[in-house]
Ligand binder design. Structure first.
Ligand SMILES: [Zn+2]
Length: 315
């Protein structure tokens, strides 16, 4: 049985799978990301994790054809170098592939985590039915990756798809990237929660499970919105307005067939997707025969690890 090992390195957790070539998962593991996540620490943790899965794959009589790793940052995948990681300090031009290959001796690929997730959707998820689409991940940050003609488009330096830093508001809110008015500064999950706290504090009646003064979890805002709470609904409608406006611009520019939305914030479901579809419908230019599908990503919380494993077989 031909398999690969896929690893998704995140700010809080590292997820890994043994992936079959048909997209099914043989085994999965999750460990917390160590607090001081230096390149040396990372190499050590990844080696342990991958060795464990390799041993398990031998028991399952799998042939591991390659190892793929997705990381949140700018990755020079041809040279196997991590240029930098977002929100994890101490990473500049780290030759991660050569650090790991010495011990693991396997066909190894690294890439940006959203690219990996997008490849997973293309081969095994919502992207199978489309030739040209955008993947968006909504979480602490807002990431993106593009597929043209059934292939990932990475751009000239590997950084294509940075939808989170599209400038939405001239002179707007300050963003972690150093610029002002980026989409991420308006719909990153911390921003959504902070906005909810302010709005809920301004009135007496608060949604269930939310105690005045604390920062509500996104699930609380979603639950309140589903019950018809106007403030909570308004929060998601604002997210839909910012995101939908950005997506409409991208759809007008690139004439896409679909947008696939993943990440924790996408768990809001209909209270986000219904207004989002409406905003996109209103703001895209009318083209004959055009119907852009706005879809939730498939493959669950291991979508990034599955996509990283798929890097082994990318054509
Ligand atoms: Zn930015």
């Amino acid at each position: 049985m031909k398999t690969s090992i896929g690893v998704d390195v995140g700010g809080t957790g590292i997820k890994a799978v043994i992936l079959k070539k048909d997209g099914s998962v043989v085994a999965k593991r999750e460990i917390p990301t160590p607090p001081r996540f230096t390149p040396r620490e990372c190499a050590y943790v990844l080696k342990e994790l991958i060795r464990g899965l390799a041993a398990q794959s031998r028991e399952e009589r799998c042939i591991v054809e390659g190892i793929g790793i997705g990381l949140p940052g700018l990755i020079d995948r041809k040279r196997g170098i991590v240029r930098y990681l977002v929100n994890i300090e101490g990473w500049r031009d780290v030759p991660l592939v050569s650090m790991l290959e010495r011990d693991l001796k396997k066909n190894m690929h690294i890439d940006n985590d959203v690219n990996a997730m997008c490849l997973g959707q293309l081969l095994f998820g919502q992207g199978r039915r489309y030739r040209n689409f955008l993947c968006v991940t909504l979480g602490t940050g807002v990431g993106g990756a593009l597929v043209f003609h059934k292939r990932l488009y990475r751009g000239s330096t590997g950084s294509a798809g940075e939808i989170g830093h599209m400038k939405l508001v001239t002179g707007g809110r300050h963003c972690n990237c150093g610029a002002d008015g980026c989409l991420e500064a308006y719909i990153g999950n911390a921003r959504i929660a902070a906005r909810a706290r302010r709005l809920f504090r301004s009135r007496r009646a608060t949604p269930s499970r939310y105690t005045a003064g604390s920062t509500p979890a996104l699930e609380d805002i979603t639950a309140a919105a589903r019950k018809g709470d106007p403030l909570a609904k308004g929060i998601w409608e604002d997210v839909a307005l910012y995101l939908g406006t950005t997506l409409a611009n991208i759809i007008n520019l690139l004439d896409l067939e679909a947008v696939i939305v993943g990440g924790g914030v996408a768990n809001a479901g209909g209270v986000l997707f219904n207004p989002l579809r409406r905003v996109i419908q209103e703001k895209t230019m009318r083209q004959k025969n055009r119907k852009v599908a706005i879809l939730r990503a498939m493959l669950g919380k291991y979508a990034g690890a599955i996509g990283a494993g798929a890097l082994t077989w990318e054509e």
